[in-house]
Each structure stands twice: as C-alpha cells, then as structure tokens.
Design a protein around this ligand. Structure first.
Ligand code: ADP
Ligand code: MG
Length: 381
C-alpha cells in the first residue's frame, strides 16, 4: 500500500493504515433492525484505508478495487448530497463525523479491500468503519458511538435502512469467538464456539437487482406487523418483544404475508438463543439443525433467498461431514455459511464447486471464516 500510495499521491509521508473487517453472520438474519439478537463473526477479510495529510486543502479518495478516484475541497464535504456512488459510504461517514464535532482534514485516502463487494459479507460496513478511523486519524470516539455513527451514515446518507449488526461486529469482533449482540441494549457477549467445527462462506457470485428494494420492503412489513400486534399486546415496540407463543396467538389477525414475515423474525430471534445454548453444550447436531431451520424460514416465510442460495444449502447438506448451512446476509444472492467438520473441508470445497459450476456455470468463491479481531490501526503498528 505504501508503494501504491506514493505512485498515486506522490508521497506517503505520515501515512497510516486503518483496517475494518467484514463479517459472516452465523444465525439471526434480518433480526437486527427488529432489535433482536444476532451472532456474527468478524472475518479475516477486511477493508484497509491508508491516509496521509494533503497540503492543498483537498480530500481525495481512491478505491483500488474500483480503480476510481474522486476529490473535493475539504470545506465542501458537509454540503455534499448523495451521489448514488460508492463514495457515498465514506462521504456519509465524513458528514456524520462533522455533525459529531470532528473536522474533516484535507487528506489523501487509498482504499484496498479483500471483502467481496455486495456478497453479504458486509463490505459496506467495512468501508464505513475503516473510513471513519482514517478520518478520525487517532482522534478518539467510543467504539459504540463509532458503530452507531457508521450505521447512521448508511441509513441517512446511502439510504439503506440497515440495522446495527454489520458496523457493530466490524468494531467489536474478536479472534477465536463469535459475538452475540443484543441489538436493542447494544450490549454483547463473546460466544466461544465448540472445538471440532469450522465455518466456510460460499459465494453464489450473484446479487439480484431486487436486493435493495426488497430489503426496504421487509423493514416496512416488520413495522406493519408491530402495528398489527399492538392492539393485543400494547407493550410491543418491535418484533423483538414478541415471543413465539404470543405471536401464534395473534398471527391470524395479521394479513398473510405480514404474518409470515413476522413469524420469521420472531422464531429467528429465538433461534439465536437456542444456537448459543447448543454451542455451549457442544451439541453440534442441534447447531446445524438450527442453521437449516433458519434458512427454511428465510426461504419460505421471509422470502429473501433465491435459487442459487437454496442450491448451495441443499447440496451442502448432502455432503458427508456437513453439519448445517444457511444463507447469510440480506439475501437475493451473496453467500451461504456452512458449518462442517474440519476434515470435510477439502471434500466440501471440491464437491460444492463442481456441483455449482455444473448447475450455474460459475465457480463459487469459498472463504474460510476464521474469527478475527475488530477494526483498528495496522500501520504503523
Ligand atoms: P455488502 O455490504 O454485503 O458487501 P452492500 O450492497 O451493502 O453489500 O455494499 C456494497 C457497496 O459498498 C458497493 O456497491 C460499493 O458501493 C461499496 N464498497 C464496498 N467496498 C468497496 C471498495 N473496496 N471500494 C469501493 N466501494 C466499495
Ligand atoms: Mg452492506
């Protein structure tokens, strides 16, 4: 990055590099914006942002992955409007930092990422968090404030009404553990995973066009479900507050589609606790079964899966040594996450790739999900 930075900006004097990881969510999908529980793992895949002061009053941002640069006078950042461009992520973060009282200093930024874009492993939050750290450039902001600030950038500037999970895990990720996040209290606890299992993410290599609009639609449907449940249970403020038993007692009062959406969220929130419990007891079979239940719920009730994701899950379950599989991330493409015995990894890689190529004519990328540290400065160490 030092060489690339020099070649692009002339000098790397005073250059620092900040890193923020992507994530894979083991279970608890589409529960974060309903203020429920999630269980993600920060990955080894990460976005790196190199930054050094610019003497000419400009802010320049170059993405190596996009091979594209944009620049502004640092004084115009606060007034920029959404451009429907990848720079909306760092600019949205910059505006939130300004609103929080942090001036955006003139600088050159170089972005390099190993998180695949638009694949459900959260390259967007990795970009937001790494950019925020680069803009802050060692000025301090409490980690939870940082997570919320980056989420606000995505909701209000990019225009995606996302929950807190992706930004939170990118900051609070830890080596060797998954992290159970309570998306209402914003507290978390580290969840040590049992020995004798490993996780792989498999990329469908597709992202269907309706991913964004369907996401917004689901957020609205969940809000409609809350309104429909309130007359019977007035204390309910989000689907997080509804137990599976309460839900079944009111399900008939809701329009069919809304009831199915809510059933997913309510059962999925419960599954996170069940998965953590099974993990604590070393019950690998139960963990795997819960992942498959989660997938079926996303496929049939929440309707955010697609043929490619379903194929990867169904095919994985037919391979020896596979304990469970499900789609991960928002859906309509992106990745599955598969839980398997370590000795099954080579066989799984080979069989799943061959099957997917045979069916869809594309080679799926496969990523090991090694729980990794959350965001921070990596250079100078
Ligand atoms: P996900 O977060 O699952 O990867 P999103 O659709 O939420 O998918 O975010 C992907 C978007 O984030 C990309 O379309 C692009 O605008 C932006 N992005 C992510 N990583 C980079 C990068 N390295 N360079 C430029 N833009 C990026
Ligand atoms: Mg994203």
């Amino acid at each position: 990055m030092i060489d690339t930075f020099c070649a692009r900006f002339g000098s790397a004097d005073g250059m620092r590099v900040f890193r923020a990881p992507g994530r894979v969510n083991l279970i608890g999908e589409h529960t974060d914006y309903n203020l429920g529980f999630v269980l993600p793992v920060a990955l080894n895949l990460a976005t790196y942002v190199a930054t050094a002061p610019a003497a000419d009053g400009r802010l320049r941002i170059y993405s190596e992955d996009r091979r594209e640069m944009r620049e502004w006078s640092s004084s115009e950042i606060s007034g920029l409007a959404r451009a429907r461009h990848w720079t909306d992520y760092p600019i949205g973060v910059a505006q939130q930092l300004i609103a929080a009282g942090f001036a955006i200093e003139p600088a050159n930024l170089l972005i390099r990422s190993t998180v695949p874009e638009g694949s459900g492993l959260s390259s967007s939050a990795a970009l937001e968090v790494s950019s925020a750290l680069a803009f802050l450039n060692r000025r301090r902001l409490p980690p939870l404030d940082l997570a919320r600030l980056c989420q606000r950038a995505e909701v209000h500037f990019v225009g995606m009404p996302c929950g807190i999970m992706d930004q939170y895990i990118s900051i609070f990720g830890r080596e060797h553990t998954a992290v159970e996040i309570d998306c209402r209290s914003l507290e978390h606890r580290d969840v040590e995973l049992p020995a004798g299992i490993t996780f792989l993410a498999v990329n469908t290599m597709v992202k269907h066009a309706l991913a964004g609009s369907a996401y917004r639609e689901r957020v609205a449907e969940c809000a409609a479900a809350v309104e429909g449940i309130k007359p019977r249970f007035p204390l309910v403020k989000s689907l997080r507050d509804v137990t599976p038993e309460q839900f079944e007692s009111v399900a008939d009062l809701l329009p069919g589609v809304i009831a199915r959406r809510a059933r997913h969220v309510v059962t999925e929130t419960a599954r996170v606790g069940q998965f953590v419990e099974a993990s604590g007891g070393g019950d690998l079979k139960r963990m795997g079964a819960l992942m498959v239940e989660s997938h079926r719920s996303l496929q049939q009730d929440y309707e955010v899966s697609c043929a490619e994701l379903d194929f990867l899950v169904d095919r994985a379950l037919g391979i020896e040594g596979i304990l469970g599989a499900r789609m991960t991330g928002g859906g309509f493409g992106g990745c599955t996450v598969t839980m398997l015995r370590p000795d099954a990894v080579p066989r799984f890689r080979q069989e799943i790739a061959t099957a997917y190529e045979g069916k869809f004519g594309v080679t799926p990328a496969i990523y090991p999900c090694e729980p990794s540290a959350g965001a921070g400065e990596v250079l100078p160490a």
